[in-house]
Design a protein around this ligand. Sequence first.
Ligand SMILES: Cc1ncc(COP(=O)(O)O)c(C=O)c1O
Length: 384
Amino acid sequence: MKAISHVVQSIPPSGIRRFFDIVSTMHDVLSLGVGEPDFDTPWCVREACIYSLERGHTHYTSNYGTIELRRAISQYLALSEGLEYHPENQILVTVGVSEGMDLAMRAIINPGDEVIVPEPCFVSYKPCVMFAGGNPVVVPSYAEDGFAVKPQEIRAAVTSKTKAILIGYPSNPTGAVPARETLEEIVRIACEHDLYIVSDEIYARLTYNGKHTCVPTLPGAYERTILLNGFSKAYAMTGWRIGYAASSPEIIEAMMKIHQYTMMCASTMAQVAALEALRNGDRESDEMIEQYNHRRRVIVKGLNDAGLPCLMPGGAFYVFPSIKHTGLSSDEFCERLLFEEKVAVVPGNAFGECGEGHIRCSYATSLDKINLAIERIARFVSRL
Ligand SMILES: Cc1ncc(COP(=O)(O)O)c(C=O)c1O
């Protein structure tokens, strides 16, 4: 057989998957590993979907997504951010932010284009750039700076081949939320060099200290930004696979071209569910966020008390404590913690080289489990 694609071969499997293949073979593991809400999708959302199935709404929708859902997304962005995206040609309903990211990259990248990616970051960013034929250019960030990327380092990374800056805040894995001024400076750099900005704002609603800064609202950002968001995290809808992209008509048209040939449309049932989430899901979403906020304080205090220095995250549902002083690598720490104490966390290097020396713990799990996991982590650290 001839060799499979060089690009595909060159990309290692996700570090998270490798680790959770081990976890899945073990019993009684306490997991702070997975990045998904422990809550079920709000009942009104599930019920709306069941009702629509009973009425036989099981056919394809418009490639863009149903006009009702696009109108609701447009209205949501207008009310929450003051942004005007026309439902007819500026919003595309996608199969989660995951598909939105893939489409965004394929729509803007020519072979050899560079995309600046601050790290640590979500595991799919660099592979999506590479699958599209581009080259990711990493700009690391560190705990000393609260994991906020330094705009001057982004500026220094720009070359004649740079096409876009890809950011995702609040951050998975660090929970970092950069200051508004930092984001404004990143937008200024994009304007100076005529770059696209791809902004993954899937954790926008999970922001704990004041209002989320939506990138396309910043001066100069609207025309050049592809805003990606979805329902997985805010409405506990990971399995529904539903999200959206909002941008200029030209960019949405380009993304839509790929989407119509490769996906046709997002799942009709998931679109019904997403519409209900936007109409009636906010109360339950707010309750979940209140609980994440409480857990956030508990886990940060617990990990610091256990001897793992840990910053207070501003958003998402992850903490990213340092394990450097233990002398173990992230992989060694996680494997030993798993086998010796049956607690699963993710090695920080899964999110980029600068994540080495850290672990990612998700607090999208019950307080009881968080407290028990902290007890075990403290016992493990005290033995090192
Ligand atoms: C930062 C970030 N972006 C995108 C995704 C994928 O989202 P979706 O379920 O909408 O595809 C995740 C999931 O963990 C994420 O953490």
